[in-house]
Design a protein around this ligand. Structure first.
Ligand code: SF4
Length: 509
């Protein structure tokens, strides 16, 4: 059936009435206070709504208005708003807010997008949301859900939220401007999720062209019954797996999915200041692989060494402040392999492997071939030695290998392939090795689900590259060929900030 925006939005307005109301809208409706809407919007960035609601309530008890906020110092604000994402940065923004409003806006919250973006911590998205929610004036807030879903529907064809905002300003009928954000945020959180959307129970499934979508897999009843039967048979096994995966054999296949995250954090001490612990807690993964930690465990604070629910395994480089990998696990592994037993590589802290009952989990930080490709020979040697290591493990059980491979494999995996043909990360030798790796029987799981361009995991800190989505896909989750059927989903968590890389995800059964 043909896609019709009015029809679809009419259906969704009824549908999301039963969903949780996004917190900023709720505060707008309840308080009608631009100050509270502005503060709640700043708090809500990269933060779950429940966390924002609690933090806003605590802050507003002590700072019910601008004068109250001006009376608090940055440290006190940080305490009150913890654990919202990037709470230290946000405390700094909020501490500076009363001063800027006094000096530039006569202590009034401005009601225009351009003026609002002059306030600390306020970007276009926040400004549009404040204009729409607090002042009920025409503005289109483009949250990541709006950007994503509008592209899934083919209503716009854009690469960044900013492009989406500009396209919608030209195309979206004005009667939808104020409500589009809250409708699609609620719908994106509840049904059309960023990874594995629930198309099977979507009220607009018949109208949706599902551009670039890989929906979640749903068990058919017969399959479900077969699984339950096999569970009953397998539950008499004498040696269940220990840990949080304990009893996985008692769940349906879908429930038993394990969630893995890989993230090049580009310095664990730096990302700690940007809300790392809260991000990891929010992701709630079974395994989290980090690369480029650039620290020895003894240099790290307790909050990082002991994240509740996890045991951390460290393999730092001997050279201080360089490379290094770490893996957090909810389950106790059967064994841990530090390095690949090779003197030329292991002092650089590049590979850490955890062994579980039915798979190996390899966390790898591949070398950079460096400016002028000066380290290409070393890199290729490392790559070949790691491939041999992984192939050997794959003869025993499933292998998941993840991390920063420091190479974009194909043209589709970077914005400017032509300009980078001889540059580190896209040089012919590096791409050829990646071909060899795939030919050796390893599968790039992301491309099992997504063949779209513009899907990146690394952006330069320069030239606003991330905002303009000028990037490279150089982080991968791969599995050995025979374990391909165990892959349930794979994704890129573009919205998680804190490093020049974003985390990637694998759902594995
Ligand atoms: S059918 Fe799927 S992709 Fe389309 S809107 Fe519904 S959940 Fe999203």
């Amino acid at each position: 059936m043909e896609f019709s925006l009015p029809k679809v939005l009419q259906i969704l307005s009824t549908e999301v009435a039963g969903y949780a109301v996004p917190i900023v809208d709720l505060i707008g409706v309840q308080t009608k206070d631009p100050y509270k809407v502005l503060v709640a919007t700043i708090l809500s960035a990269r933060t779950k709504d429940e966390t924002t609601a609690k933090a806003a309530a605590k802050l507003f008890r002590e700072a019910p208005d601008l004068a109250g906020l001006a009376a608090l110092n940055e440290e006190r604000i940080a305490k009150l708003i913890f654990p919202v994402g990037f709470y230290k940065n946000k405390a700094g923004f909020l501490a500076r807010l009363p001063g800027v409003l006094a000096s530039e806006f006569n202590n009034q919250i401005p009601d225009g997008v351009e003026a609002l973006t002059r306030l600390p911590g306020v970007g276009r998205k926040t400004a549009n949301l404040v204009v729409a929610v607090a002042f009920r004036k025409p503005a289109i807030c483009v949250d990541t859900h709006v950007h994503r879903i509008m592209n899934i529907w083919g209503y716009v064809e854009t690469k960044t939220p900013l492009e989406t905002e500009m396209a919608l300003r030209k195309k979206l009928p004005p009667e939808y401007w104020l409500t589009i954000n809250s409708t699609l945020v609620a719908f994106g959180q509840g049904t059309c999720k960023p990874v594995a959307p629930h198309c099977d129970r979507c009220v607009i499934a018949q109208y949706c062209p599902r551009i670039g979508v890989k929906p979640r897999k749903v068990l058919r009843q017969a399959q479900h019954e077969r699984n339950v039967q096999s569970v009953r048979q397998s539950s008499v096994r004498p040696e269940p797996v220990e840990g949080p995966f304990l009893g996985a054999h008692q769940k349906t296949t879908e429930d038993a999915m394990r969630k893995f995250i890989s993230w090049n954090v580009n310095g664990l001490r730096a990302v700690e200041k940007k809300g790392f612990v809260e991000i990891i807690a929010g992701l709630n993964a079974d395994l989290v692989a980090l690369q480029e930690i650039k620290a020895l465990p003894e240099q790290l604070p307790e909050s990082i060494k002991n994240i509740p629910g996890y045991t951390a395994y460290w393999f730092s480089a001997q050279k201080k402040g360089y490379a290094g990998v770490a893996t957090y696990s909810k389950e106790r592994p059967l064994s841990v392999l530090y390095g690949i037993d090779h003197k030329d590589h292991d002092y650089e802290g590049r590979v850490l492997t955890l062994e579980f009952g039915d798979f190996f989990f390899i966390n790898a930080y591949f070398p950079n071939s460096q400016h002028g490709l000066l380290r290409m020979d070393y890199k290729l040697q490392f790559n070949n030695d790691l491939l041999a290591f992984a192939q050997n493990l794959a003869t025993q059980k499933s292998v998941v290998i993840c991390g920063d491979f420091n190479v974009a494999h194909r043209e589709i995996d970077l914005t400017n392939p032509k300009q980078n043909e001889k540059n580190p990360g896209y040089a012919p030798e590096e791409r050829a090795w990646m071909d060899q790796f795939i030919a050796a029987g390893f599968v790039d799981t992301f491309r099992m689900f997504n063949q779209e361009p513009g899907q990146y995991t690394w952006w330069s800190y320069r030239f606003n590259a991330r905002e303009r989505n000028i990037g490279w896909r150089i982080d991968y989750f791969c599995v050995d060929e025979k374990s391909k059927k165990r892959v349930a989903e794979a994704g890129i968590l573009h919205d998680i900030m804190g490093s020049d890389h974003c985390p990637i995800l694998l759902g594995f059964r």
